[in-house]
Design a protein around this ligand. Structure first.
Ligand code: ZN
Length: 68
């Protein structure tokens, strides 16, 4: 039997990351995998949860700082 306690709903088109239905699901998986330094965040593109960094956000911030 597989321990599928966590709802796996596929992959995000925008980031290619795994999507999780709830924040709790993502945190459980992060704990199981090598999630050192990774955070759980809500993706605005797919409206699901991901494990990782806010790559797009920091890039936007960087661009704003450059043009300022
Ligand atoms: Zn996403």
């Amino acid at each position: 039997m597989s321990a599928s306690l966590v709802t796996h709903v596929g992959y995000c088109r925008a980031t290619g990351k795994r999507k999780f239905a709830t924040k709790r699901d993502a945190r459980i998986i992060r704990r199981r995998t090598a999630g050192h330094g990774l955070s759980v965040y809500h993706c605005t593109a797919c409206e699901y949860w991901h494990i990782g960094h806010h790559g797009d956000l920091s890039r936007d911030e960087h661009r704003q700082r450059r043009s300022a």
